[in-house]
Write a protein that binds this ligand. Structure first.
Ligand code: GA4
Length: 344
């Protein structure tokens, strides 16, 4: 397995200094330099003063909370996720599962308004407006970050990455994940909010329960925001070539940004797609909302010519986003799928 730019130093730094925090009100060149560094070293950082209005976030969170508080039979009308719609425990199509329920939506306004009729019978128009507004604001933030990365790389075209997710045919998704608190009752005959029977949980080897298993995001850039409940962890390498899970403390006022597989390929491995997971929390419900910025299905993902040099020869083949999606849906969640696209 080839792990791009993963060094012991990277792990040391993240443990000593914590998760990189970028304040978008800083001078652009300064913020841009730090974003570049975070994407090269960890593929992960946190942004504050990001410009997404608080009310836009609150309205989206309220819609999510309202949906997940519906009776199970009502939520199930919006499922099963195939892959879009309401899902409970099952992730993808190859036997992965987690301790969560979720709503997975395509971000095209047409798709949102069609889904809204099933997800929110009470007021589908309001639901569509809230989701469109959230997606618009977060997509804009993602584009700004991608433009800073293009500038940082010295690319002639600052829209080299962002144009892919600004495209009206972009295959971007938005996901609402609800991790209910675990039943605190002992014994094996208790069924909790997800219909789980005690004893049937995936553990991390240290007694922690995994809510959503280890994986990298396939898209270009993901922007995650959660309520004040911890759970997110990112994988960082240790001195022995193994991995160390670094917990990411919740911060409802921030967005957590991670590089996806497609950006690793476009940057010829300069930016790294971070592996991450979510732990299940025993005490409080966790609600996270993730925007996955993706290219159109027909778009070619190919290392940018500027990124191919005698010192850094081409690392990935060219592939379309549709081809990559086909591969990802045929594989397990934790698969290092980008390895299948290495240049010979
Ligand atoms: C991981 C990132 C996103 O949540 C997601 C997931 C998708 C799904 O839940 O349908 C996948 C997973 C994710 C990667 C491998 C495949 C597809 C589940 C799975 C086992 C929506 C995405 O785009 O890829």
């Amino acid at each position: 397995m080839v792990v791009a730019s993963v060094t012991p130093e990277r792990n040391e730094r993240i443990r000593a200094l914590g998760i990189p925090v970028i304040d978008l009100s800083w001078r652009r060149e300064h913020a841009s330099k730090l974003i570049m560094r975070a994407c090269e070293e960890f593929g992960f950082f946190k942004v504050i003063n990001h410009g997404v209005p608080k009310e836009v976030i609150t309205r989206m969170e309220d819609e999510g909370e309202e949906f997940f508080s519906l009776p199970t039979h009502e939520k199930q009308k919006a499922g099963p996720a195939s892959p879009l719609g309401y899902g409970s425990r099952n992730i993808g199509f190859n036997g992965d599962s987690g301790e969560l329920e979720y709503l997975l939506l395509h971000t095209s306004p047409v798709s949102i308004s069609q889904r809204a009729k099933i997800i929110c019978r009470k007021d589908p128009i309001k639901f569509s407006c809230v989701v469109n507004e959230y997606v618009g604001a977060v997509r804009q933030l993602a584009c700004e970050i991608l433009e800073m990365l293009a500038e940082g790389l010295g690319l002639g075209e600052k829209g080299s990455f962002s144009r892919l997710i600004r495209d009206t045919e972009s295959d971007s998704l938005v996901r609402l994940n609800h991790y209910p608190p675990n039943s605190t009752t002992g014994g094996n005959d208790i069924t909790d909010a997800l219909g789980r029977r005690n004893g049937n949980k995936i553990k991390d080897g240290k007694g922690g329960r995994i809510g959503f298993g280890e994986h990298s995001d396939p898209q270009i850039l993901s922007l995650l925001r959660s309520n004040d409940v911890d759970g997110l962890q990112i994988l960082s390498s240790d001195h022995h070539g193994g991995g160390v899970w670094v917990p990411v403390p919740a911060d409802p006022a921030a967005f957590f940004v991670n590089v996806g597989d497609a950006l690793q390929a476009l940057s010829n491995g300069r930016f790294v797609s971070v592996r991450h997971r979510a732990m299940a929390n025993s005490y409080s419900p966790r609600l996270s909302i993730i925007f996955f910025g993706a290219p159109p299905l027909h778009a070619w993902i190919s290392p940018l010519p500027e990124m191919i040099t005698p010192e850094t020869p081409r690392r990935y083949k060219s592939f379309t986003w549709a081809e990559y999606k086909k591969a990802m849906y045929s594989l397990r969640l934790g698969h290092n799928r980008l390895d299948l696209f290495h240049a010979d």
